[in-house]
Each structure stands twice: as C-alpha cells, then as structure tokens.
Design a protein around this ligand. Structure first.
Ligand code: NAD
Length: 481
C-alpha cells in the first residue's frame, strides 16, 4: 500500500489539513509510489507561522555558523547521492545518468550558498563628504515561498531554498505534486545537517497551496519555476500582494547550425539536448535551424542518431530516453505530432511507432519534423517532450530572425567555427543563455539563470549574485561621529 505523504512543518512530519490527494506514479510503468496530499491554505498558514517563528533566531544566527550547516548539508547530499539520483529517476523517469548529473547541479547550489559570509558582505565609503561616511549592510528579508516544477525535482528546489536560507531567511517550499518524494529527502537531510526546526518547511499540494503562498501576508518574496501561463499568473498575483517575485517560465530553445560547423559534434549535442530527459528540460533544444545547404545532411544524420537511442525505464543501465511524466502529457505530445502532420511539416521520425511507445509507461520515442514553419503550433508552443523541429534558413541573420520571433527566450545555441559569426549571434540574439558549440547552455549555480521575454517574469534571476540580491535587502547607514 502506497502511503500518503505528510507536510514538513517546524521540523516534524505533519498530516495535511486539506482534503483530497493525488497519486504519485512511476512514469516508466504507472506503478503507484505514494499519494500526495492536496494541502489547504490552513496548511500554508501553519508553515508560515513556523517559518516566522524560526526566522527570528535564524536571521540573527552568525553567518559563518549558518554556512557551517550548509557545509554539513553538502556533505550529506554527497553521501546520499545515489539514493537521491534513484529517487529522481523513480518519480520523474529520466535516466539514472541524467538524475546523477541533476543531483550534482543541486549540490553545486548548496556549495555556492555555503559562501554566505562573502555573499552577505556590504560596502562602505569612508568619505562621502567631510567627516561623513556611508555604508551598506545586507540583511535577509523574512519568509520566502518557493514553487517548483516536476522536471528537476532536485536541482530547481536547490536553486531556491539553500541560498535563501544561507542568507538568513526562512522558507516554505511547495514541490511539484507530480514529483514530491525527493523534496522530502532534501528536507530530512537538511534537518540532519543541523538546520533548526521551522527554517525550511514543505507544504505538498497544488493550486490552493500556490494561492495560499501568493496571498499570505507573512511571505515577503516568491521564487517560482514552471510553465509560462502559471509563471505569469504567479508574477502578477504575487506582485499585487506586495511581494518580490522571480518567476522562471517555459522555453522554446533554438539551435542554429552553420555550414562551417563540426557536424559530428553538432549532431551529438543536439540529439542529447533534444531527447535527453525526454525533452522535459527548460534548456532542451526544441528547434534546429540549418543554415545554407546543410539541411538534408543534418536531418539524415539526426534521424540516424535518434534511431540508435536506447528507450526504456531510466533505472535500467544504458537507457538514454525515459518516459514523459504522465499519460496526459503523452497524449498532449501525440496531439502535437498530429498537428505537425496536419499543418504540413515533414515527419522524418515518428516516436509514436517505437516499440516502447506502444507498451506500458508513458513513452514517446524521438520525433523529428523537417520543414517546419513559424506559422505552425509545433514551432510556436513549448511541447516539452522528445519532439524536434528542423527549419531552414539562407543566412545566419535569417536564422536569428526565426529564433527572435519566438516569444519564449530562455536559451539559444550556435554551432560554428567562425568567431565573427559567434559575435554576430551574441550581439543580435534575443535570448538570455547562449551556447557556442554545445547543446544545453545552462549556467552553473554561481551565475544567474537568465531567461528573457516570456521565459522569465521579474527582475533578479535565480542563482548567482542575482539570487543573493533577491533574497536580501539592504540598509544604508550615513554617519557623522
Ligand atoms: P507547471 O506550471 O504545471 O507547474 C509548476 C508549479 O506550479 C507546480 O508546483 C504546480 O503545482 C503549480 N501549478 C500548476 N498549475 C497551477 C495553477 N493553475 N495555479 C497555481 N499553481 C499551479 O509546470 P511543470 O509542468 O511542473 O514544469 C514544466 C514547465 O516548467 C515547463 O514549461 C518548463 O519549461 C518550465 N521550467 C522552466 C525553467 C526555467 O528555468 N525557466 C526550469 C524548469 C522548468
């Protein structure tokens, strides 16, 4: 019998007050793993009360002492790496190798946050006028809320709470109701590392919890990562309730391949970026624009490489492509494949026909469309599945115009051997995270994760210096002695 998860509030597992549950399943075979409670606003109230109480002590705890708990947490995450990676694969479906890499990305966030003594430093100018000095002192802001998606159960929560907490804040996290298991282990291990009760709280659930966080007067700031419509809603509603909000949203990342590119490298990187994690990555490659006469060769070689991918249960050795997250997401993906055919794109590889896609679990094989146009839904919408669109352009400028026409602008990549093309791309592409001769240009924890346009709502991005600014406020002291 799968058990019903509890909320983690004030350092204890507490039964949710809200009624109803959702089922957490292993997407590779539909096995029920647990039931996740649909917590209510009262559950959010409890968690915020615990966080407010804990904030009083925690915000005054010396920063090096806070950092030491982060160091211990890092050590525990490293010791439990395999278990965490297995859990990611179990609830999300991505391959164990991808899950292992994701855990590393999460650990790196904790390592960055452990630098809190340097990150929290202020600035002084001893002589702003005769006998007058001025200084900036950095402080935490209070209780922060975090709302996370299903696709990175470890990494995305780790973008938020370790840094917020290292900066002296208390945190209320609502993990994705589709992948809630890993978050529980993250909370337990932080507790084991010595984090005082109430500094990190978890409230499981869906919409009611999100709305409870957005409207709660005790929450000062909200970090959100998820799909574009929800990000826009969270940003507007959070701001209307007087909160600081950073909302990271959906993506439709373009990779441009120039005729002078190393095609072996480009194929390898694009296949991995388009089909890795079943395309369920905000930095996935969704569109390839082939420049000049290389389109036919590129498409042929992409198809050949995709044919060789091992599809199956991500916990099995050698599997590259796992399932998508739910049956409903598989149905939505199949709907997009049908729409691509209807709209006149050329279906070069049909992932519906792969053997795995016809068995149990929510599998869709690698799918490639050629001759896609900007009037088609498969180009416009984020499909978030292993579906790759190929387009053709005569020049780099025309290819950049295609990418810039998308409303979503998380990342973009260029494959080339030419420095001046790289410069032209960097200067004219309207996207925040750029890759040169690589497929997934996700920045590391000490740089901001900087989507543009409808891929991001807010001002300060997650991670790096932006993250520190987001989770702190500053007092300016001007003094005459
Ligand atoms: P989602 O928007 O469905 O859910 C994200 C969170 O919002 C979840 O915790 C969910 O419970 C909550 N939520 C969902 N619908 C809601 C509603 N109507 N009202 C209030 N809350 C709601 O996203 P997902 O499917 O879990 O994740 C995939 C999406 O996240 C993709 O669009 C992907 O591009 C995006 N993503 C973006 C980044 C980035 O850095 N920009 C990173 C990872 C994922």
């Amino acid at each position: 019998m799968a058990n019903t998860l509890k909320n983690w509030i004030a350092g204890e597992w507490v039964e949710a007050l809200g009624e109803g549950t959702e089922t957490v399943v292993n997407p590779a075979n539909g096995e029920v793993l647990a039931h996740v409670p649909l917590s209510s606003r009262e559950d959010v109230d409890r968690a915020v009360a615990a966080a407010e109480a804990a904030f009083k002590e925690w915000s005054r705890t010396p920063v090096p002492k806070r950092a030491r708990i982060l160091f211990k947490y890092q050590q525990l995450l490293v010791e439990n790496w395999e278990e965490l990676a297995r859990l990611v694969t179990l609830e999300n479906g991505k391959s164990y190798a991808e899950a292992h890499g994701e855990v590393l990305r999460g650990i790196e966030c904790v390592e960055f946050a452990a630098g809190a003594p340097s990150l929290m430093m202020g600035k002084q100018l001893p002589d702003i006028a005769t006998n007058l000095e001025s200084g900036m002192y950095r402080y935490p802001i209070g209780v922060v809320g975090g709302i996370t998606p299903f696709n990175f159960p470890m990494m995305v929560p780790c973008w938020m709470f370790p840094l917020a907490i290292a900066c002296g804040n208390a945190f209320v996290l609502k993990p994705s109701e589709r992948t809630p298991l890993l978050a529980n282990r993250l909370a337990e291990l932080f507790h084991e590392a010595g984090l005082p009760a109430g500094v990190l709280n978890l409230v499981h659930g869906a919409r009611d919890v999100v709305n409870g966080i957005l409207e709660h007067p005790g929450i000062r700031a909200i970090s959100f990562v998820g799909s574009q419509p929800v990000a826009e809603y969270v940003y507007k509603t959070g701001a209307a309730h007087g909160k600081r909000v950073q909302a990271l949203a959906g993506a439709k990342n373009h990779s441009i391949v120039l005729p002078d590119a190393d095609l072996d490298l480009a194929i390898k990187e694009i296949v991995s970026a388009a089909f890795g994690s079943a395309g369920e990555r905000c930095m996935a490659c969704a569109v390839v624009v082939a420049v000049g006469g290389i389109g036919d060769e590129l498409v042929r070689r992409l198809r050949e490489a995709a044919d060789k991918l091992n599809i199956g249960d991500g916990s099995k050795p050698g599997v590259f492509l796992g399932p998508v997250i739910r049956d409903s997401h598989k149905a939505r993906t199949v709907g997009y494949i049908e729409s691509g055919e209807r709209e006149g794109a050329e279906l070069v590889r049909d992932g519906r026909q792969d053997e795995a896609a016809r068995g149990e679990g929510y599998f869709v094989g690698p799918t490639i469309f050629d001759r896609v146009g900007t009037d088609m839904a498969i180009w416009r919408d984020e499909i978030f599945a292993p579906v790759l669109s190929v387009m053709r352009a005569d020049t780099l400028e025309a290819a950049i115009d295609i990418a810039n026409a998308s409303e979503l602008a998380n990342g973009a990549c260029l494959f080339t051997a030419s420095g001046s093309s790289v410069r032209q791309f960097r200067e004219t592409i309207d996207a925040g995270m750029l890759g040169i001769n690589l497929g997934v240009p996700a920045p590391m924890a000490f740089f901001p994760f900087s989507g543009f346009k409808k891929s991001f709502y807010g001002d300060l991005h997650a991670n790096g210096g932006d993250g520190v600014e987001f989770y702190t406020r500053k007092k300016m002291v001007t003094a005459r002695w």
